[in-house]
Design a binder for this molecule. Structure first.
Ligand code: ADP
Length: 490
């Protein structure tokens, strides 16, 4: 196997312990964290880890930056800085691609052309917003009064992001938060801190004043918990597990900071008898195996009408057997990389074993791949019933559960029988069924005859225990602004 050569900038980045980025400066942490390449299991670099003291410093810097040059910038100029950042990300997409391929393990081409390029597009979309965040003049009934609203930034926003899309999940939160005029303390996932640190340097290059974007990698229970509980933080934007989301809500109670949460999922995907199977089978396959199953929107519960069940299963098995799995930086280029860590690999393998013990049949994969790095064979479990743990809990790995069904009312009820509600979808050519599923599926996003589409302009978020708040589009601005009502006697 030969690996893609690392770019000189990437070599340089990995060659020293990356410090925290606070107030435009490099700052030492209270610990050091290993950065592991999940394709090899070896340590590729180290970064500083923040503790409570460094989080304090970062929050103070962000607070001060609110009343500095950033706070006085015109909306036009704020938009221009965000646009500059988008251009820099796109110009350096290969660097972002390599950093994400190295610490996350995903294929380099995907990290560069999807994660980095879409992040740039996200910043570009929000670059257009600062001068369009309008208040209103309200026709109040009191005589001699003028009432208008101002849409103001929240203040200091703590952003806590996961490891599955290291650059993109940062972009989803950072772009609207900046467009609204906030300042930021960003805590990236401890497994994948590299691209967030690099982004902090690009923000300075783009012209953002020091203190607007501070980046403090660290452990969740350490830097993350300190940020979530900090009295100087006005808002937390979080993406991660439902269990951690709950802890963040509790930690936020001290100063009643605002919280938005994008949490776990166990999406139902339904193939009806009349579906165009040429599209539905690969569509349902990639709905789960995209990003190696490590997406909160993964189509993890695939309901298939009994009349096409065996045909669909056969198609899925062939696709799984044709997949190539290997290191993200392999020159050959693979469809999928490893899962993020040994802990995650053991968890995924545990779920597969549990499904088999419960009576599911493994029709593809089922085990670890090789003995170097954290690779799991793309796995398909058939004969899964609704009450099995593999059908109820989020696995977050390459394991697709297939469940047969007989009629529409039955499958809708079964699809909605989940504590989660992030995404759901179906494949059908029946217009009535399309309308009933669009309305009936309990999820923040419903995909019909497609899967996984997102757009900076279209709202995204969860129902039920998949969280609250909608990222992207104009809804995202609501997460990072607050409305003030101003009365004036005439
Ligand atoms: P996972 O279990 O998949 O790693 P988490 O929800 O634990 O998902 O992680 C998502 C993000 O939340 C990471 O940046 C992590 O460090 C952070 N995190 C974990 N625990 C806490 C916590 N108690 N408070 C704040 N952030 C946390």
């Amino acid at each position: 196997m030969s690996l893609i050569s690392r770019l000189p900038e990437v070599e340089e980045f990995l060659s020293r312990v990356q410090p925290l980025r606070i107030d435009g400066a490099e700052v030492a942490g209270s610990s050091e964290l290993d950065v592991v390449d999940p394709s090899s299991g070896s340590v590729i670099s180290r970064v500083a880890g923040a503790g409570a003291a460094q989080v304090d410093m970062a929050v103070a810097a962000a607070r001060a930056a609110l009343s500095g040059p950033w706070g006085r910038l015109s909306p036009h100029d704020r938009g221009r800085l965000i646009w500059n950042l988008a251009e820099l990300i796109e110009a350096r997409k290969a660097i972002f691609g390599q950093l994400d391929a190295l610490d996350n393990g995903k294929p380099f081409a995907v990290a560069r052309d999807v994660d980095a390029v879409w992040s740039a597009r996200h910043f570009r979309y929000f670059a257009g917003w600062p001068d369009k965040i309008e208040g209103a003049t309200i026709p109040v009934s009191t005589p001699n009064r003028l009432n208008h609203t101002r849409i103001e930034p929240m203040g200091v926003c703590g952003l806590i992001t996961p490891w599955n899309y290291p650059t993109l999940m940062v972009a989803w939160k950072l772009a609207p938060a900046l467009a609204a005029g906030n300042t930021i303390v960003l805590k990236p996932a401890e497994q994948t801190p590299l691209s967030a640190l690099y982004l902090a340097d690009l923000a300075l290059e783009a012209g953002f004043p020091p203190g607007v974007l501070n980046v403090v990698p660290g452990l969740g229970g350490d830097a993350g918990a300190a940020l979530a509980a900090h009295p100087g933080v006005d808002k937390i934007g979080f993406t991660g597990s439902t269990a951690t989301g709950r802890q963040i809500v509790m930690a936020s109670a001290g100063n009643l900071k605002k919280v938005s949460l994008e949490l776990g999922g166990k999406a139902a995907n339904i193939i009806f008898a009349d579906a165009d199977l040429e599209r539905a089978v690969p569509g349902a396959f990639w709905a789960l195996f995209g990003n190696n199953g490590q997406s909160c929107t993964a189509g993890a519960r695939l309901f298939v009408h009994r009349s096409v069940h065996d045909q669909v299963l056969d198609g899925l098995r062939k696709l799984a057997e044709g997949l190539s799995v290997g290191p993200g930086m392999d020159l050959k280029g693979h469809d999928l990389g490893p899962v993020i860590s040994r802990v995650q690999m053991d968890k995924v393998l545990g779920y597969i074993a549990d499904g088999r013990t419960g009576g599911a049949q493994c029709i593809a994969g089922g085990g670890r791949l090789g003995d170097t790095g954290w690779f799991v064979q793309p796995t398909i479990l058939a004969g899964v019933s609704d009450d099995m743990r593999v059908a109820r809990e989020e696995i977050f790995g390459p394991v697709l559960c297939v469940l047969p069904f007989d009629d529409e009312d039955e499958v809708l009820a079964r699809a909605n029988d989940s504590e989660y509600g992030l995404a759901a979808g179906c494949w059908t050519r029946n217009a009535g069924c399309v309308a009933r599923m669009g309305a009936g599926l309990h999820a923040g996003t419903v995909w019909i005859n497609c899967w996984g589409d997102t757009d900076a302009a279209s709202p995204f978020g969860g129902m039920g225990q998949s969280g609250y708040g909608r990222e992207m589009g104009r809804d995202a601005l609501a997460l990072y602004t607050q409305t003030k009502s101003v009365w004036q006697g005439l």
